[in-house]
Design a binder for this molecule. Sequence first.
Ligand code: UD1
Length: 417
Amino acid sequence: MPQYQISHSPRLSGEIPISTAKNAVLPILAACLLTKEEIILHQMPRLTDTGHMFDILSICGATIRQEGKTVCLRVDAPQSPMENELMRTMRASVLVMGPLTARCGECCLSMPGGCAIGQRPIDLHLKGLQKLGARVELSGGLVQISGKLTGANIYLDFPSVGATENLVMAATLARGVTRIENAAKEPEIVDLCHFLSAMGARIAGAGTANIIIEGVETLHGAEYTPIPDRIEAGTLACAAALTDGHVLLQGARSDHMRALLFKLSEAGVICREDKKGLRLMGKARHPMEARTLSYPGFPTDMQAPLMVVATQTKGLSVFLETIFENRYMHVVELKRLGADIRVEGQLALIQGGAPLTGAHVTATDLRAAAALMLAGLVAQGQTILSDPAGHLMRGYEALEEKLRLLGANTGRIEASP
Ligand code: UD1
């Protein structure tokens, strides 16, 4: 069971490279199912989620070769993953649905389960595929999809990131033109569309609410490097803001992080775009208001890390979580450290300035794990973060090590047997 030890840390300083974005890599890996030609991907982050996606792609018929951080994939004869434990537990596995249906005319996979932060249904993915002409049957915990896809007009009731990705991928090989209205606009969607275009797809409007895809007969191989991780960069930016740091996040794309950088600037942190990345200086002092929204609004994945920053400012901060129904689970753990936070439904009221004291805390989900590690940086004494489900490693490439390289007192310890 992974456990981390965090002690009160001095101001962070130095430069650190930002890893490639998990949320860009996962759909791009799924998109490899769309072609029989070889795909080469560079700067693959070492995460358990990417490892699980490799396992799922192998089950789907991929041969995968990894040399350092470069991965070469080829899927000669794709097949459905069927009933599979990984499919049930890893939410992003649902992204193989669109590509497999588009390439094979059918697909059968386990329904993904809910997860700690909410129910996370896939109705929008399935409705969209039905619009493209697929038949969808749900039985015995399996989703069975079949039919040749034809371009259609799709309106998403909510700009779901995963549904937009699945439907864009499915539409690349559908006959005719597909228009997705109220599409998600996240940078990871734009990156997926760039990758698909490098494979020969015809896509316009990525990054806007209207994406138009003109189906093609086949897609070909490509070589690609996905974008840097705006959430990892944002988490490290919050760590700097907590410790009055002076940090350069190498390669960070501040154009992908506007909402967070506005919040940090309002709180008093100097955020400067640099040709090497993003530079942060100073401490967050003023309280803030943050409402999670779809991109370009404030990202739900940054809500927990920014809340830790809010605990250290002077005054009342107000957060509103609108994307997931159960995404305040870190609050009870932060309170264990001494934070003064009240949750009322979707609203969290954070009275900043309460001193934090180290304690034993438990990670409940990926971003909660990161937030608790950040809280340990400013808590007096020692914090032990238990992460029985290995959440942190799912989405961060050794966050404790990156923080340590910036001067933090963080490290991984093995739990006693
Ligand atoms: C992606 C990100 C995740 C991020 C989230 C929101 C990846 C691998 N994960 O998750 O880190 O927190 O976007 O920015 O990219 N919904 C439905 N029906 C559906 C699909 C979604 O009701 O068919 C709801 C969800 O329950 C949730 C909301 O829409 O309340 C947002 O979900 P969505 O945008 O789909 O998130 P993911 O793609 O799962």
